[in-house]
Design a binder for this molecule. Structure first.
Ligand SMILES: N[C@@H](CCC(=O)N[C@@H](CS)C(=O)NCC(=O)O)C(=O)O
Length: 248
């Protein structure tokens, strides 16, 4: 697996510049509408918010789905040895949250006002915690213990967060998205994490998790019914993306 020729040249140029500029991260964007290529596995995981933001923003991009056998060769070429990675006019951007914010800005789903942007970030960070609370359980080897630990996380940590999201949705009101009348990165992040939690990836998390939260279910259904989202999942019938189409 090779990085594209432009990415290789950009990597070389950037390492040469780094010597001269001693670590400066500031580089000018080559064009107003950069060409994008997303590298990730064929799973939703940490790339799905970026994919959906681009689809909602009708921004063309290449969705490069990595095969497991390509990974050993590609890993050392990635800025942090991990994916997702977004190639932007040949330059590589890592870290899903940086990529999400970057594409949200490119596609006008991120406010320019600093306070409004901070409120969007606040919700995006809150939604990121939904995944963080399960990370320790991934290191438990015994399957029964893992499922028991996850059930405890659901009761003690996840349910209060679902309740909080439900309150935020109700406070915003039926005519608004989470941060006002326009869809933003906050909504996309909320939609993606809601879907991910019950996608089957987290054994031990019940699929009827949102049954007691009608506002949360309505929010999910509203985002899922946007034409770009319908189009993104139109061929999905089962598997890890089924809950992005409809909640169980
Ligand atoms: N903080 C990173 C985490 C990225 C990450 O954990 N990537 C995993 C896949 S979800 C990965 O590349 N695993 C393969 C490896 O580490 O070799 C992000 O948010 O992008």
């Amino acid at each position: 697996m090779q990085l594209s020729r432009t990415a290789q040249l950009a990597q070389k140029a950037s390492s040469q510049r780094a010597v001269i500029r001693r670590g400066s991260c500031v580089q000018t964007m080559a064009s107003a509408k950069p060409a994008l290529k997303l590298y990730y596995f064929d799973i939703p995981g940490r790339a799905e918010a970026t994919r959906l933001l681009l689809r909602l923003g009708k921004y063309p991009f290449e969705d490069y789905l990595l095969k497991r056998e390509e990974w050993a060769e590609l890993k050392p070429k990635m800025p942090f040895g991990q994916v997702p990675v977004l190639e932007v006019d040949g330059k590589l951007l890592s870290q899903s949250s940086a990529m999400e914010r970057f594409v949200a800005k490119l596609t006008d789903q991120y406010p320019s006002d600093p306070w409004e942007a901070a409120k969007v970030d606040e919700i995006a960070a809150f939604m990121g915690e939904w995944l963080d609370i399960f990370i320790p359980s991934f290191f438990i080897k015994d399957e029964n213990e893992k499922v028991a630990a996850r059930k405890q996380v659901v009761e003690e940590k996840l349910k209060p967060k679902i309740q909080k999201l439900s309150e935020l949705i109700e406070k915003a009101g039926p005519d608004n998205y989470l941060c006002g009348p326009k869809i933003t990165y906050a909504d996309v992040q909320a939609f993606v994490q809601l879907s991910f939690m019950v996608s089957g990836f987290f054994q031990g998390v019940p699929t009827d998790l949102y049954a007691p939260y009608p506002a949360v279910r309505a929010f999910h259904a509203r985002i899922a019914s946007l034409p770009e989202v319908v189009e993104a999942y139109k061929d999905v019938t089962e598997g890890p993306r089924a809950t992005y189409k409809t909640l169980p």
